[in-house]
Design a protein around this ligand. Structure first.
Ligand SMILES: O=C(O)CCC(=O)C(=O)O
Ligand SMILES: [Fe+2]
Length: 199
């Protein structure tokens, strides 16, 4: 399959996605009882991007994944009509197939909001399984803070009764470490926010 996309089209799409993602973050922040612009400074030098995932049909979907299990930072995920995305249900660890809905995005809250909110919001583990007959396309927009951002529970949300549940971590270093791990195909662990969890 060939995908012909003009640079301007993707730039325009990215701009719209960024506005949508920031709007969603404002709603999340409001729900935490903070000022809607509380997260904005983290994104002054944002490092957001679009990923285009194309999975060809596969005769042996039992032995290979389109995308191994992982968690992300906040992303707005568009997908075509081919099923493949699975989310891990927390209660029993089962993988649940996400039915694609026409004209709907999936909002993945992701790790950074998980940590900023000190566990009020939770990042969900997911993976992509392959289809025997059909190719599949997905196009998540990841809204990433500046590389120099220290990610840690927001001070306003922690106190002596509710201590921070994560140690601060450097976003750029975290990303670099993840990129070096095997993120792609194997059912193996890669670095996750629980590495910074305070016991
Ligand atoms: O293809 C999908 O539906 C999800 C892809 C994904 O999880 C990712 O690119 O991080
Ligand atoms: Fe993902």
């Amino acid at each position: 399959m060939f995908l012909m996309l003009k640079r301007e089209t993707l730039q325009e799409y990215a701009q719209d996605m960024k506005e949508l993602a920031l709007k969603i973050m404002e709603l999340i922040v409001l729900s935490l009882g903070l000022s809607p612009k509380r997260f904005h400074d983290f994104f002054k030098d944002e490092t957001s991007y679009i990923r285009l995932n194309h999975c060809s049909p596969c005769p042996n979907p039992d032995i290979v994944l389109g995308c191994g299990r992982h968690k992300d930072s906040l992303n707005v995920l568009g997908q075509d009509e081919v099923r493949g995305l699975e989310m891990r249900r927390k209660s029993d660890g089962q993988w649940i197939l996400v039915k694609p809905l026409p004209d709907a995005y999936i909002i993945n809250v992701g790790d950074v909001i998980h940590v900023w909110s000190n566990d009020a919001y939770e990042s969900v583990e997911h993976r992509v399984i392959l289809n025997t007959e059909k190719a599949r396309l997905s196009y998540p927009f990841f809204v990433f803070p500046a590389h120099y951002t220290m990610v840690e529970p927001l001070k306003e949300l922690t106190n002596d009764q509710k201590p921070p549940k994560y140690k601060p971590y450097h976003w750029g270093k975290y990303l670099a470490t993840r990129k070096r791990s095997n993120f792609m195909k194997l059912d193996v662990e890669n670095i996750q926010i629980n590495y910074f969890k305070i016991n």
